[in-house]
Ligand binder design. Sequence first.
Ligand code: CA2
Length: 149
Amino acid sequence: MTASIYVLNGPNLNRLGTREPDIYGSTTLAEVEALCRQSAGDVPVEFRQSNREYEIVDWVHEAIDRPASGIIINPAAFTFTSIAILDALKMFPRPIIELHISNIHRREEIYHHSLVSKIATAVIAGLGPRGYGVAVQAMLQLTEGARGK
Ligand code: CA2
């Protein structure tokens, strides 16, 4: 069976498309999920969102145990605060793409220091919701060998 790509989303992203469209666009999280599945083609996608840090940690453990072929993660505010998510991601031995809808480096200082970037294979930021499709395409390329192509 083909290994899944995990797409994990952190706090408040369930409200995507409802507020601050100038920063985050007007696409909903359900539409982002559809975009990810379309970009992945036949490769299965586990698309999740939580406002709870422990749940994201548990999903990273699940991705390690299954095993998933790669993790795309938008940790949202946990990007800057969560050593628990960082420690869990450090245990994942395959590609990790950190994703942000906005360009965090153009924003206020509090959004500049990602804990996750230090261990991510790649970082995508500032492409809007379309960044998810780009991240899935990049993940397919990064994991091509592992899927036997
Ligand atoms: O740009 C991103 O994807 C962020 O990860 C979003 C986080 C922010 O803390 C990061 O610095 C960058 C915030 C997510 C807030 O989600 C919203 C959803 C709908 C409307 C407004 C905010």
